[in-house]
Design a binder for this molecule. Structure first.
Ligand SMILES: Cc1ncc(COP(=O)(O)O)c(C=O)c1O
Length: 377
């Protein structure tokens, strides 16, 4: 059986008519850049998250960048994040003229290890960005406690965690700002590029609104040098349709995660993801860990099972960040995980038979391998 890593056709087919109608409405009203459809989605998403404000922007990278700019992060500053993330988290820091610094991840949740945070803070630290990797929130209470004590704002990278819960609180609502990507494959995905910031801080919200629209508070009155980071109308309209289904999609993803856990949990060679007791994971990515991951990936591809790696190189070891001078061994947990992560197919429309096929093929790949030491559980 062939199992794609992601099936956006299967995802959109049942709501195709609603999506077509939403796009038609935008074309009929010519509200393409910003406008009423974006404003409506902003209200709905703020309401969904339980935030006072939501600002639609061009993508998740813009969301992070503009949130940092609005907080006044600039030249000579440092912003702490994790090396186990998509490059965009660090890029947003660099775009502000600041320097990304890193804290290793916790080996159970793959998110920022709060025990390592305090020692990474310097007088130049202007913000902290925990990343809710794979759809599970970082352990926010200790992170917020340390940050609050030092007066450092926390910006959540919730780009993979729409609707995830931490002790009953929604991802993106615990720090001063929460940043989302609505890239098509995300739990809440547009039909193109889009992103958003949620916040309860009115002043921060209006600064981000100004930055995303060429620094203008009124048409052709530019108080700042901003950027064009507006969300487009078609994405706003489409996201309004899909937001209504987000919880249903997340429930299905969670059930698929549990199904994989059941089928793979007994395998010595495999570490399954850990959902912390205080979290509600939304499984944007279902990543297992195993040795000789690249061989397994190839073998599964040969059987028609498409997997992925998130991410093969931690950010501090990327060529683009060589200038930071952080060599191998700087963040051992992130580095080990990058060698072992294997993301299995995960999307709401995945069937039980497909999950069984993935688990079955993975088991047969592992049993066909030469004996090797198993990954420490
Ligand atoms: C953790 C994380 N941060 C930031 C981003 C950037 O979002 P975008 O691709 O919408 O710019 C992504 C998207 O892949 C992400 O996964």
């Amino acid at each position: 059986m062939k199992v794609p890593f992601l099936d956006l056709n299967a995802h959109h087919q049942p709501i195709r008519e609603q999506l077509d109608a939403a796009i038609r409405d935008v074309i009929d009203s010519s509200a393409f850049a910003g406008g009423p459809f974006v404003a409506a989605f902003e209200r709905e998403f703020a309401n969904y998250c339980g935030s006072n404000f939501s600002i639609g922007v061009g993508n998740g990278t813009d969301a992070l960048w503009l949130a940092l700019l609005a907080l006044g992060v600039g030249q000579g500053d440092e912003v702490i994040t994790v090396p186990s993330t998509f490059m965009a988290t660090a890029e947003a820091i660099t775009y502000c003229g600041a320097r990304p610094t890193f804290v290793d991840i916790d080996e159970q949740t793959y998110t920022m290890d709060p025990a390592l945070l305090e020692r990474a803070i310097t007088p130049r630290t202007k913000a902290i960005i925990p990343v809710h990797l794979f759809g599970q929130c970082a352990d926010m209470d200790p992170i917020l406690e340390i940050a609050t004590k030092r007066g450092i704002p926390v910006v959540e990278d919730a780009c993979q965690a729409h609707g995830a819960l931490y002790k009953g609180r929604k991802a993106g609502t615990m720090g001063v700002a929460g940043c989302f990507s609505f890239y098509p494959g995300k739990n809440l995905g547009a039909l193109g590029e889009a992103g958003g910031v949620v916040t309860n801080d009115k002043e921060l919200a209006s600064k981000i609104q100004v930055f995303r629209d060429h620094g203008q508070e009124r048409k052709y009155h530019h108080s700042k040098v901003g950027w064009n980071a507006r969300m487009d109308g078609i994405q706003g309209a489409v996201l309004s349709v899909k937001l209504k289904l987000l919880d249903v999609f997340n429930v299905r993803r969670h059930a698929h995660g549990l199904h994989y856990d059941q089928l793979l949990g007994d395998l010595q060679e495999v570490i399954i993801p850990c959902e912390a007791a205080y979290n509600r994971h939304v499984y944007h990515v279902y990543a297992v860990r195993l040795k000789e991951r690249d061989q397994v990936l190839q073998a599964l591809a040969g059987k028609g099972i498409s997997c992925a790696i998130h991410y093969p190189i931690p950010v501090h070891l990327q060529e683009a960040y060589r200038f930071l001078g952080l060599g191998e061994g700087s963040f051992p947990v992130a580095e080990r995980c990058a060698e072992e992560f294997l993301s299995l197919p995960m999307y709401p429309e995945l069937t039980s038979e497909q999950i069984q096929a993935v688990a079955g093929e993975l088991k047969s790949c592992l049993s066909g391998r030469k004996p090797q030491s198993s990954v420490a559980k």
